[in-house]
Design a protein around this ligand. Structure first.
Ligand code: FA5
Length: 339
């Protein structure tokens, strides 16, 4: 028994508990043998008992030794496999960057901050879920007005909708403005929604940056100067800009601004220029001022609504607006700022 146990223990490579039970457990081999003691001649019992004890001690200490050796081996293996090679290059974590549309909006914001405008982006004053009253009625678009067709939207209830424009922010801020502290100059960047069919220049969800200036003697010349300053900031001398008369129920007169898709040279024929509309603007309609509690005989105002998605298309030569919303990292990482 001793011999076979020694060999078995030395060859055993796993948990030793199993072997201990096998030999020394209550139903183990050695225990079994010692239980036969009662059949042994009483004179020989002492000697046989000693041999039994000797075998038990040998097996016990061998098992302990073998267990220790196995533990050490496992530890050595673990240490070897976990060794860190400090010369290996580290894994580069992917770094997040502002989306290209956010970058354009930041540029627009910075420009207007420099002109002394305040930025309204608190959801309290600029909610994406709006009421029909603020989105349409306060913009001089009563329920049956045909111009509502220009901006069909997604309704949550008949009175609550996803805003189609950032213009409602005008009323939300203007009705609270204290003119004793000076004129109001604000911009409001944000998301807007329309039931437009998606195509190369239209998305059902896009962005606008609203602008509003209310004060004494504000004129169309102020509007034109402000618009040209942002256009020049973003497009430099590269693109041609044109102002064209337009119609909005909340401004009179109204204009739209187009930018040429390609740079224009003195040789370019006017009919060859491809224009893309980027913003709507105008002198705020007296009705709108009245609804916001401002006396149109004392104050005048201009407002504009820029389309930063179209700005980004022009600036980076992206010919399909839908690219901005696909979240394809290969497309988006072209606009990452280095460093
Ligand atoms: C308006 O939304 C007016 N609220 C703008 C305005 C504000 C006029 C203040 C006067 C005073 P319009 O529907 O034209 O106007 O949209 C303004 C700009 O948003 C467009 O010039 C265009 O750049 C952008 N835009 C409109 N619809 C979409 C669309 N579906 N996808 C992407 N951009 C769009």
């Amino acid at each position: 028994l001793k011999k076979s146990a020694v060999t078995a223990i030395k060859n055993h490579q796993e948990d030793m508990e199993e072997l201990r039970v096998h030999y020394l457990g209550r139903k183990g081999e050695l225990t079994g043998l010692l239980k036969q003691m009662k059949n042994v001649d009483p004179e020989d019992r002492k000697a046989v008992g000693q041999v039994g004890n000797d075998v038990r001690e040998t097996i016990t200490s061998l098992i302990a030794e073998q267990q220790e050796a196995l533990n050490k081996l496992a530890l050595d293996r673990k240490i070897a496999s976990e060794k860190i090679d400090v010369t290996l290059p580290g894994a580069q974590p992917l770094q997040g960057q502002p989306h290209v549309l956010q970058q354009i909006m930041d540029e627009i914001e910075n420009h207007f901050l420099g002109l002394g405008f305040q930025v309204i982006d608190d959801p309290q004053d600029s909610p994406e879920v709006e009421t029909d009253e603020y989105n349409f009625e306060r913009e001089n678009l009563p329920k049956d007005h045909p111009a509502r067709d220009m901006q069909d939207t997604f309704y949550i209830t008949p009175e609550i909708l996803l805003r189609t424009q950032t213009s409602p922010v005008q009323s939300r801020v203007l009705e609270k403005h204290d003119f004793s502290k000076g004129p109001l100059k604000m911009i409001a960047p944000g998301k807007v929604y329309r039931r437009d069919t998606d195509d190369a220049t239209h998305s059902h969800q896009f962005h606008q940056v609203e602008g509003l200036v209310v004060g004494k003697n504000i004129t169309m010349a102020d509007l034109k100067g402000t618009l040209l300053s942002i256009m020049q900031e973003l497009f430099g001398e590269k693109h041609q800009i044109r102002l064209r008369p337009s119609y909005f129920p909340f401004t009179e007169p109204s204009v739209e601004v187009d930018v040429s898709w390609d740079p224009v040279t003195p040789e370019t024929k006017p009919e060859d220029i491809k224009w893309i509309e980027v913003l709507g603007a105008g002198m705020t309609h007296p009705n709108v001022l009245k609804m916001d509690g401002v006396d149109p005989d004392e104050y005048s105002a201009f407002a504009f609504g820029l389309g930063p998605d179209r700005f980004a298309m022009l600036k980076y030569g992206v010919d399909d607006i839908r690219q901005f919303y696909l979240n394809d990292v290969r497309f988006l990482e072209q606009f990452n700022k280095k460093g």
